[in-house]
Design a binder for this molecule. Sequence first.
Ligand SMILES: [Zn+2]
Length: 419
Amino acid sequence: MVFVLSSDNQPLDGCHAARARKLLSAGRAVVWKRYPFTIILKNRTAAESVTHEHRLKIDPGSKTTGLAIVQEGTDRVVWAGELTHRGQAIRDALLARRAIRRGRRQRHTRYRKPRFLNRRRREGWLAPSLAHRVQTTLTWVGRLRKACPIAAVSVELVRFDTQRMQNAEISGVEYQQGTLKGYEIREYLLAKWNRKCAYCQKGDLPLQVEHLIPKVRGGSNRVSNLTLACGDCNQKKGDQTASEFGYPHLMEQAKAPLKDVAGVMTTRWALWRALSATSLPLETGTGGRTKWNRTRLGLQKSHWADAACVGQSTPDDLDAAVGSVLLIASKGHGSRQMCGTDKHGFPMRHKRRQKRYFGFRTGDLVKAVIPGGKYAGTHVGRVTVRSRPMFKMGGFDVHPKYLKLVQRADGYAYGERKV
Ligand SMILES: [Zn+2]
């Protein structure tokens, strides 16, 4: 699907790529933006058009956030995207800067007053690498709202329904595989047992819900009788109880309900607060429900598919044939560093006043048509400019005379994945 704007710059329902091609070649529309691909109609205003309501669905992740737009009424996923964050890059940059600063303080150069106890962190402060996640997600909520008539937002807020699970521990809700409650309990157990096998403490492998007192020995399906085990430990344990298997302390641990898990999800809560501040109605979902929806609808695991399955509003007949997913990678907007240093912190170069050379700046998306040589052919991608006319693009150098601008630098790199 292609985003469509009316001639007075209001978002309309998207159209199929083939239809967009026809409109463009007939001269009835022009390209407004390449990423996400948006066209603007020349002679149709928003008042003359009928639009559906759309729901933007978000699955916030630590490295990648899934985005999906579902058209309400037709229950189709009309657009899908995956936003890759650069939290690690921000962290690395701050650590490098700190190392240089510390080194400078140690050196006996000019007197530098120590800065001590003169900082205050406001309420709700997030580390820069985490704040960036919230900010880039909001950037894309804003961009998508400009391109598509979005009337509501769904976001995955917590892994499981905390309150209901705490009640489950007390009131003895039973685990049943495959049900919504079963998925919520699984997510709850993952948090309670730290995503590790309770016996061998191995993580990063498929875990099975396991009964401390086996069912054949009269063990119940209650949450307080459940733990997580890897396949090997589950096999080895067989029909022994956890105490007989040599882990009596697990019985105690299983009885204690999990307390305060909401605290670790600060970034998601920050995103939730920011989204609540927009005028859009906001729905929240749990990770358990997302997984249950995705399994029920038979979708492969991916960030965008998880996003499409967030929340109670997910239709039973969701049509998730999107064709392709836009891959959006945060790249930042360059550095503010005035003096580049080598790895020991010694100055090597100074930043130039000029950012644009030969009409291009670093981060611009360009199309290079190179007539001959080793890299002959057409390439599209981000360019890194230099003061001399030999720019870098991917793994090779290119002269600006071969370049054509596709889209100005906006802090992101783009790709596409067919699904
Ligand atoms: Zn194990």
